[in-house]
Write a protein that binds this ligand. Sequence first.
Ligand code: NAD
Ligand code: 0WE
Length: 263
Amino acid sequence: MGVLDNKRALIVGVASNRSIAWGIAEAMAQQGAEIALTYQNEKLKTRVEQCAEVCGSKVVLPLDVTRDEDVEAVFAELERQWDGLDILVHAVGFAPREELAGSFVDNTTRAGFATAQDISAYSFVALAKAARPLMRGRNGSLLTLTYLGGERALPNYNVMGPAKAALEASVRYMAYDLGPEGTRVNAISAGPIRTLAASGIGDFRKMLDYNAQAAPLRRNVTPEDVGKAGVFLCSDFASGITGEIVHVDGGFHSVALSGAEFE
Ligand code: NAD
Ligand code: 0WE
C-alpha cells in the first residue's frame, strides 16, 4: 500500500537517472502512482525509455515545452490513455549557457532573458492550462522545482534568478486560480545537486562543498530527498498546502553565518 495508490502522475523533466525529476518519479512509483514520462528530444528518448521501464511507466511521450503543439499532443494522448490526471511535475529549466557566468548586467541579453522566462517559468503555466480539464475536481496537485537563486542573488545563476522568481510568483497565482476546483500548486526549492543541468557550471564542486558545510544538516541533498518531499506535497498528507515553496536544502536557506570558519 502506498500513499499515491490509484494516482496518475505526469512527470516532465527526466533527462537521465540523475535528474531530480527521476528521483521524484521513482519515489512516486514506489508509493503506488502510475507514471507517464516525457522526453525533450530524440537524443534523450532512449534514456527516458529506460527510466520508464524501471518505474513501470507505459506512457512515454515527446515534449518540447517551447512548442504549443507538443503540449497539446501530450494531453490529448493522456486523455486517450487515462481518464484523468492527479499529479503534474514540472522539472524543467534552461537559459543560454553563456549567460550563466560572469557579470549579470553585462552578459544578459533580451533574447536570453526571454528564453529563460519561457522555458523555466511560462512552461509551468502552459502545462497547467493544458492539464486543467484532466485535473479538475480530483484534488490534483501540481509541483515545480525552483532554486534559492530566485529569492537571493548569488554568483553565476544570473538570468535564471529572475526566471525562478517568476516561476515562484506563478506558483502563487496558479494556486489562487486553481484552488476553487480542488487543485493545489506548490514548489520545492532544492539545494544544489549534480545533474546534467549543473554540468559545466563553473566551480559547481566548490558550491556543493560550501553548501554542505553551511547547511544545518551538514550535507548536500539528493534526488531521493527531493523525491520524498515531492511525494508528500502531491499526497493527501498535504491536503491543506498550496501556494507554498518548500525548501529541501538541508536548511541552507535558513542560516546566515555558518560553517567551520565561524565555529
Ligand atoms: P536535468 O538536466 O536532469 O533536468 C532538466 C530538464 O529540463 C531536462 O530533462 C531537460 O530535457 C529539460 N528541458 C530543458 N529545456 C526543455 C524544453 N524546451 N522542453 C522540455 N524539456 C526541457 O537537471 P535538474 O537539475 O534535474 O533540473 C530539474 C529542475 O530542477 C530545473 O527546474 C532546475 O532549475 C531545478 N533545480 C535544480 C537544482 C540543481 O542543483 N540541480 C537545484 C534546484 C532546482
Ligand atoms: O536551475 C539550475 C540549472 C539551470 C540551468 C543550467 C544550464 C546548464 C546548461 C539552466 N540553463 C542551463 N543551460 C545550459 O546550457 N540549477 C539550480 C543548478 C545550478 O545552475 C547554476 C547554479 C546551480 C545551483 C548556475 C550557476 C550557479 C549555480
